[in-house]
Write a new protein. Structure first.
Length: 50
């Protein structure tokens, strides 16, 4: 996920919150694209794959 956020930053996005462990057991971070729209990237190893 850290590499994904680095890729977003290299493409002109702004990292709003660096990825880190979340209280719900996962790992998440936030970014804004060049137009200012916010997005979250999240991962949880305990969540079954769909």
């Amino acid at each position: 996920m850290d590499r994904l956020l680095a890729h977003v930053a290299a493409a002109g996005g702004t990292i709003v919150k660096l990825a880190r462990r979340a209280e719900w057991g996962g790992y998440s971070g936030y970014f804004a694209d060049p137009d200012g729209f916010l997005s979250e990237v999240a991962w949880n190893s305990g969540f079954p794959h769909v």
